[in-house]
Design a protein around this ligand. Structure first.
Ligand SMILES: C[S@@+](CC[C@H](N)C(=O)[O-])C[C@H]1O[C@@H](n2cnc3c(N)ncnc32)[C@H](O)[C@@H]1O
Length: 247
């Protein structure tokens, strides 16, 4: 990547600030972005302007199997929908923290939390590469179509490891590829902003998780119980479900 990390953060932030100020709910063709990522029973009783503002690429809430009382951290919380869904599942004895670097997203999420009367959720400004979260304080980390946007994925994974409690788990939806993308595509900032050209290969993702100390690493195409299919066209960018555990 020829761009510096600061340039990538600035470009991504500007892209998502524009989306936060609009009503749009799609981050680009690579994300399976649309409200059909959640089953209707999961989003019931939440106003359409909140459920309609999702920029994610999978159902991390179902993937995470949240339990009452758990502390959940959402990396790149955007408009806050995943935090609100998580907040219902962990209940009054649990709590949810959303972290995002884009002030306009945080404003949108905080305004929705206030309007919906959700008290066990807070939104903090920060980078996922430098989380504003104490060591070993989180049971579950969720993230929906965000880690691909980071210019420093090993740093993000090491931060996830730092803030998780022993035995804590990771349940992430993210875009990945099955073959390293050509440099020309990786340098395309428009594609990067739209969850495309920042995608890691499945093997790179697994390697970073394992070398950071995680076990139980599992990466599967969205909605499929099988491993990554050998029959997929090479170089395809697709949504995957990624789970792992801090031993
Ligand atoms: C594709 S949107 C996903 C938002 C949300 N997870 C959802 O499912 O609707 C990406 C979000 O991640 C945030 N983001 C991207 N890179 C980030 C970084 N390095 N640190 C913190 N937030 C980041 C953006 O501001 C944006 O809100």
């Amino acid at each position: 990547m020829n761009k510096t990390n600061v340039e990538i953060h600035n470009s991504v932030r500007e892209h998502y600030a524009n989306l936060a100020r609009s009503q749009n709910s799609c981050c680009g063709d690579s994300c399976g972005c649309a409200n059909d990522i959640y089953t209707p029973d999961l989003i019931t009783d939440i106003p359409e302007d909140v459920t309609g503002f999702t920029l994610g690429c999978g159902d991390t809430i179902t993937l995470a199997k949240l339990q009452p009382g758990e502390t959940v951290l959402d990396l790149g919380s955007g408009g806050g929908l995943d935090c609100f869904l998580a907040a219902r599942q962990v209940g009054e004895t649990g709590r949810v923290i959303g972290v995002d670097m884009t002030p306009a997203m945080l404003e949108r999420a905080r305004a929705s939390a206030l309007r919906l009367g959700i008290g066990n959720t807070e939104f903090r400004q920060g980078y996922i590469e430098d989380l504003p979260i104490a060591d070993a304080s989180v049971d579950v980390i969720i993230s929906n179509c965000v880690i691909n946007l980071s210019p420093d994925k090993p740093r993000v994974i090491s931060e996830i490891y730092r803030v998780l409690k022993t035995g804590g788990r990771l349940a992430v939806s993210d875009t990945v590829t099955n073959r390293e993308l050509p440099e020309q595509i990786r340098n395309d900032m428009q594609s990067w902003n739209q969850c495309g050209s920042g995608a890691l290969t499945v093997d790179q993702y697994a390697e970073i998780l394992l070398s950071s100390g995680f076990d139980g690493v599992h990466i599967a195409p969205k909605g499929s119980p099988t491993e990554i299919g050998a029959d997929m066209p090479e170089g395809l960018i697709f949504s995957a479900e990624i789970t792992a555990r801090k031993p």
